[in-house]
Design a protein around this ligand. Structure first.
Ligand code: PEP
Length: 251
């Protein structure tokens, strides 16, 4: 039985005071709720502060990106070891905003995945098709290519430290979420890819989140699909009550 996992991707939002307050509100609202795994992924600059708020709770800390090198002359980059040092359990990699706005390709994502897993981080790997690709009936082909590329060389034993997030690009931040059936179909396809490459047992244990305009009022229909194991939440994770509404829908 897979435990649901809901993560908040705060993107490039909040300042120091609002990040601290938001984390405190989530902690208060989550008190005594251990039914769902939860992580908060603030901007790099607030990881320390949010980490202090989360200390002693079962809510995990995550980052939104990292670089693939251990250290060196890489101005502006953050290594996986630095994220562990500051208390991160998770790192989001391959988010569509990084793929499409920062030009990250599967080869770059794959290097980051290896570096993060080798350092001991858990990876939330995002994949998903654009609107044009969906309209051209290429969703499964795109998902397959992204899985083949981003997970090249990652062996089955590493999959226990891996979470996949199916995030159709057309649903992220748009208010147009995938229908529960569209999400279920994509998740089932992703699980079948894992089964084909790494076996049925690994596939059955794999947590696959859905991301893309999840709100408290549509969360239940998405998160109760058989292959949907939680959510990666952007906009609605910036309001503690909305985020908690989504977490409760997953229970
Ligand atoms: C995201 O940033 O991963 C995301 C799913 O954003 P939103 O929930 O705002 O669509």
């Amino acid at each position: 039985m897979r435990k649901k996992f809901v993560a908040g991707n705060w993107k490039m939002f909040t300042d120091h005071a609002t990040a601290k307050k938001l984390a405190q509100e989530v902690v208060e609202l989550m008190a005594g709720n251990h039914q769902v795994n939860v992580a908060l992924c603030p901007p790099f600059t607030y990881l320390q502060t949010v980490g202090e708020v989360l200390k002693g709770t079962h809510i995990a800390l995550g980052a939104q990106n990292c670089y693939h090198e251990k250290e060196g002359a890489f101005t502006g980059e953050i290594s996986p070891a630095m994220l562990i040092d500051i208390g991160c359990k998770y790192v989001i990699l391959g988010h569509s905003e990084r793929r499409h706005k920062m030009g990250e390709c599967d080869i770059a994502v794959n290097k980051k995945v290896h570096a993060a897993l080798n350092a001991g981080l858990h990876v939330i790997l995002c994949i998903g098709e654009s609107l044009d690709e969906r309209q051209a009936n290429k969703t499964n082909e795109i998902l397959k290519n992204q899985l083949d590329g981003s997970l090249a060389g990652v062996n089955a034993t590493c999959f226990k430290s891996l979470v996949l997030a199916y995030e159709p690009v057309w649903a992220i931040g748009t208010g147009h979420n995938a229908t529960p059936q569209q999400a279920q179909d994509a998740h089932a396809f992703i699980r079948s890819w894992i089964a084909k490459h790494h076996g049925a047992e690994v596939a059955a244990q794999m947590v696959i989140q859905y991301g893309g305009s999840v709100k408290p009022d549509n969360a239940a229909s998405l998160l109760t699909q058989p292959d949907v194991d939680g959510g990666l939440i952007g906009g609605a994770s910036l309001k503690a009550d909305q985020f908690l509404g989504i977490i409760r829908a997953g229970m």
